[in-house]
Design a protein around this ligand. Structure first.
Ligand SMILES: Cc1ncc(COP(=O)(O)O)c(C=O)c1O
Length: 408
């Protein structure tokens, strides 16, 4: 007889994970990056140089630069955030974490408890939505338009909550290349958002990991930079600009909340080697690497857009994203993307069904998210053709593909 650990699981534990069965042949899911664009040679050289110079510091937890992370990496971020996002901060305002997923956990740990209410974009990152479900937090999803979070709807929600005596803990937003819609909130709307946050006494949680991937390289200033009342927590990541498996992200926050998150970061520091290698690599290479990555990603987006037009025609609706790694697609109303997900997976195509990426499961029923960064151009073309075939078999659409009329 084998021991039954399941009987010991605390009440409210998440459902057990299923065993990993490998990547799908056509892998359009997750926030993976382009394998061809990982700067392997540069990272190798950086690793050799930094280990030669500072390798012995690995004997000390947190190297020798304290629990907020490797100081040269924080120094790099101080310059980068000033230059790109307009954020004036010091290394003391930054904490390096194990991917921005850990940042989410630390912010949530510092601010949320069961029964709380938060506000976010209606269509929203699955990793965040799942956390709210697990934490037992009420989620108010605000619709987006082509400029991101809609301010009229936000204002109405804030007023409604106030009338009910509910003060949301924060407004969570991905304002710069939103996941999954890829919208960018312009400066005017950011000003309005900050004004509403001040008016209602609600802080903002700004998740900014895609900001380096805007095709034209022009981003609006971060909400953190624009705030005059220290009411913004800003998180970012090297996952999208360099590589997600490194697991290096960061938090920029006022000390009043930074100090609480530090008290919750009990893992004795995030992976030191990754931080060292990134700092060494980024100080001389970041600014040349990112435009190359952007150009490669945009080419893949174009392949995806062409493939969808060819295979789905008008059955696939989307706005051309200004950056990022995702396309948010609307299929005809009769398509249930949760069902499409299973059928497509059986045919080797992994997609992210809309309801997992939205606080509104009905609105998102026939939507899906496709990551175009990680599959090759060939895989994108073939995968979209297989997806169209599966969709036609299951739901009778698209009626035409590759300009050929098809039978359902
Ligand atoms: C909006 C958003 N936040 C956070 C993350 C987590 O990224 P990481 O932990 O790799 O930094 C992702 C990953 O896709 C994301 O899309």
């Amino acid at each position: 007889m084998t021991f039954d650990f399941a009987a010991l699981a605390p009440a409210g534990s998440p459902a057990p994970a299923v065993k990993w069965t490998g990547l799908s042949k056509y892998h359009f899911i997750g926030g993976n990056n382009d394998p061809a664009e990982v700067p392997v040679a540069g990272l190798k050289a950086a690793a050799a140089a930094v280990l030669e110079r500072e390798g012995r510091n690995l004997a000390t937890y947190n190297l020798t630069t304290g629990p907020q992370g490797y100081r040269p990496l924080r120094d790099f971020l101080v310059g980068k955030l000033k230059r790109d996002a307009g954020i004036a901060c010091t290394a003391d305002d930054i904490m390096i974490v194990s991917g921005s997923l850990q940042a989410l956990d630390l912010v949530h740990g510092a601010l949320l408890e069961r029964g709380d209410t938060i506000i976010c974009e209606r269509d929203c990152y699955e990793g965040t939505l799942n956390r709210y479900t697990r934490l037992g937090v009420n989620v108010i999803g605000i619709p987006l338009d082509e400029g991101g979070l809609r301010m009229d709807a936000l204002e109405a929600a804030l007023a409604d909550l106030r009338a009910k005596g509910v003060r949301p803990k924060f407004i969570y937003t991905i304002p710069t290349v939103q996941n999954p819609t890829a919208t960018i909130m312009d400066e005017e709307r950011r000003t309005k958002l900050l004004a509403l946050a001040d008016q209602y006494g609600v802080p903002i949680f700004e998740d900014d990991c895609y900001a380096d991937l805007i095709w034209n390289g022009q981003r609006p200033p971060a909400l953190y930079a624009m705030s005059k009342s220290e009411n913004v927590i800003h998180i970012g990541s090297f996952s999208k600009s360099i590589a997600p498996a490194l697991r290096v992200g960061f938090i920029v926050a006022p000390w009043s909340v930074m100090s609480r998150m530090l008290a919750l970061k009990t893992d004795a520091g995030s992976g030191a080697l990754e931080q060292m290698v990134l700092a060494e690599y980024c100080k001389t290479n970041f600014e040349t690497h990112v435009p190359e990555l952007r150009a490669a990603l945009k080419k893949k987006l174009d392949t995806l857009v062409d493939s969808l037009s060819e295979q789905f025609g008008t059955a696939a609706e989307f706005d051309y994203p200004p950056g990022g790694i995702f396309l948010w697609v609307k299929l005809p109303d009769n398509v249930d993307t949760m069902k499409l997900y299973n059928a497509a997976l059986a045919a080797g195509v992994a997609i992210n069904p809309g309801p997992n990426w939205s606080a509104d499961k009905t609105w998102s029923r026939s939507r899906l998210r496709l990551c175009f960064a990680s599959p090759s151009h060939e895989q994108i073309k073939e995968g979209v053709a297989v997806l169209a075939e599966v969709c036609r078999k299951e739901f009778g659409v698209p009626l035409r593909s590759a300009n050929i009329e098809r039978k359902a």
